[in-house]
Design a protein around this ligand. Structure first.
Ligand code: COA
Length: 210
């Protein structure tokens, strides 16, 4: 798997956006879940802002994820994780998560990082990075985040329970929780130096204001 390059995306990767979105929507159909609405312009903006991570096998798209901030940047999510079928089961999503997570920690060190997911693989990755299951009340109250659930087939449950419960599990990494920090440190330890070096090289003038 080492021949696959995982990197913070930039303008040169804009041409992959249509394939990324098609791969995400095809995977959602297979899983039978709904999907957060993402349009090409939004994903392109993430790439331009240095908030997306792409995995390439030479010129071929292999995987992707991006970062979103919520509630005045007090909360961050790593979203839209996707690995193409032929690259699954080899640890690629773990490498992508290491980079989105490290990037999020470097750019917004005081933010809580959360996840709302029904995916077993994502729950495993989150746990390994120090996230713990939480009630929805501990996630952001940013309306824009929750609007993203409107495309999901289970949205009626979220509405019926006044946003307190749904099918997805809420998970939270809290930088003020020592065990979260320890677990995340252990998880990314072997890749940390190379990932941080790559991220710094992508932002030679420091992180952009946002
Ligand atoms: C989920 C997905 C990103 C996993 O990608 P991957 O590169 O195959 O995952 P990895 O090989 O890095 O595995 C990561 C961990 O998750 C586990 N895992 C992977 N797929 C799994 C699955 N379907 N069910 C349960 N666990 C799974 C792996 O065992 C691994 O843990 P381990 O290292 O302790 O064994 C990929 O299957 C995918 O793109 N699925 C469709 C989109 C999706 O579901 N995205 C998540 C939306 S919430």
């Amino acid at each position: 798997m080492s021949e696959i390059d995982v990197m913070v995306a930039s303008d040169e990767h804009l041409r992959y956006v249509d394939e990324i979105l098609k791969t995400i929507s095809d995977a959602a159909k297979v899983r039978g879940t709904g999907i957060a609405k993402r349009n090409p312009g939004y994903v392109k903006q993430k790439m331009r802002e240095g908030k997306a991570v792409i995995a390439l096998d030479g010129e071929n798209f292999a995987g992707f994820s991006y970062i979103e901030t919520w509630g005045g940047k007090h909360y961050v999510t790593t979203s839209g994780l996707i690995v193409k079928d032929e690259y699954r089961g080899c640890g690629l999503s773990r490498r992508i998560k290491h980079m989105t997570f490290t990037l999020a920690r470097m750019r917004w060190p005081n933010a809580k990082i959360f996840s709302l997911t029904s995916g077993a693989a994502v729950m495993k990755l989150n746990t390994d990075h120090g996230y713990v299951p939480v009630t929805f009340a501990q996630l952001t109250d940013d309306e824009t985040f929750w609007k993203g659930c409107e495309g999901c087939i289970n949205h009626d449950i979220l509405v019926r329970t006044n946003r307190r419960y749904c099918v997805c599990t809420g998970m939270l990494y809290d930088p003020e929780r020592a065990r979260s920090v320890r677990d995340a440190d252990e998880e990314v330890a072997k890749d940390r130096a190379s990932i941080e070096e790559k991220i710094r090289a992508r932002f030679p003038d420091g992180f952009p204001e946002d």
